[in-house]
Design a protein around this ligand. Structure first.
Ligand code: SF4
Length: 313
């Protein structure tokens, strides 16, 4: 597992969220709960105000929520579009817009794993509050945290919501980590990605989105994380239907890109940022969104700020 060389730059939006094991693994819920990831980035790394790329400015002038599309924003009808080119173009466009994001917002891989468990069905700011509380009590270490009784642990996790359930999930994770790997998360996550994924999925409270977040962001495995933002954005652009199985979408993205953890890391972060900043459930801000350069799905629901449906030419 790659070691971090200091605190990673905190992103401006939450990591994968909404993953929850709801009874069965296949029922992991990826809904965007709470208020969503924190503040949008409005400046680039040099502190200058961000501007949409020229083509997006064209889109705004063309009136995405009005009567015409930007020239590039074709509406797609019929079968889904080939995923590979669309995913790669989306990645390139968001890379140009956001610059390097370098997720996850944590100081250690253990903190990443803890955050991935706690962020299920809750807003990231609440997870941050819970983790800050644990840090202030010197509990952000597996062995130390494992000494905390479950009731007290639940109280520490209260800010993250559903705290009693999450305390049980954290305890299960700690028992696995300490019992099998002596608390060494690096050792625990080292090895074949698929095998490690199965190991994590066998733990109580860890579904596919959570497992993949841990593998990618704490273990450096080339595993793409699918979340509600991924489904929403790419179904609105006709790349996925939106209701596919989690692993079907994951494989689609992994096949479209080089098998590289750094690439998956950036793309997932970009998707979360775009989902939070622009692609709202009911009021998408297409007029200023970098992804307005992509063709839209004809079946995408009408909403303020979204391009109108139009027959493909
Ligand atoms: S806000 Fe509009 S342009 Fe942006 S990702 Fe969502 S549907 Fe696409």
């Amino acid at each position: 597992m790659p070691r971090r060389t200091g605190r990673q730059r905190a992103p401006q939006a939450s990591p994968a969220r909404g993953a929850a094991k709801q009874g069965s693994r296949g029922a992991e819920r990826t809904g965007v709960a709470g208020e969503g990831p924190p503040s949008p980035r409005t400046t680039n790394r040099a502190g200058r105000a961000r501007r949409p790329p020229p083509r997006v400015a064209d889109a705004a002038r063309a009136g995405c929520g009005g009567s015409s599309h930007p020239p590039e924003a074709r509406v797609v009808t019929g079968p889904r579009r080939p995923a590979g080119p669309a995913i790669r173009r989306a990645h390139e466009t968001m890379s140009a817009f956001y610059g390097p994001l370098r997720w996850w917002p944590a100081e250690t891989p253990f903190e990443v794993a803890l955050g991935a468990i706690l962020t299920q069905n809750t807003a990231w700011r609440r997870v941050e509050a819970a983790i800050a509380g644990l840090r202030s009590h010197g509990l952000l270490e597996a062995r130390t945290l494992a000494t905390v009784p479950e009731g007290a642990l639940a109280e520490h996790l209260r800010p993250a919501g559903t705290f009693r359930v999450k305390a049980r999930y954290v305890r299960a994770f700690l028992e696995w980590l300490l019992g099998r790997y002596g608390g060494d998360l690096g050792a625990a996550l080292r090895g074949d990605s698929a095998a490690k994924r199965e190991e994590l999925l066998a733990l109580r409270g860890i579904g596919r989105e959570t497992a993949d977040s841990i593998l990618l962001y704490a273990g450096g495995h080339p595993v793409f994380v699918v979340d509600a933002y991924t489904r929403r954005i790419f179904s609105r652009h006709g790349v996925v239907g939106g209701r596919e199985d989690y692993d079907e979408i994951r494989r689609l993205f992994e096949a479209a890109l080089p098998r590289d953890a750094a690439v998956y890391n950036e793309l997932h972060a970009q998707i979360v940022m775009t989902g939070k900043d622009f692609c709202r459930p009911r009021s998408p801000r297409c007029e200023s969104c970098p992804l307005s350069v992509l063709p839209f799905a004809a079946s995408a629901p009408a909403a303020p700020g979204r391009p109108p449906q139009r027959r493909s030419r």
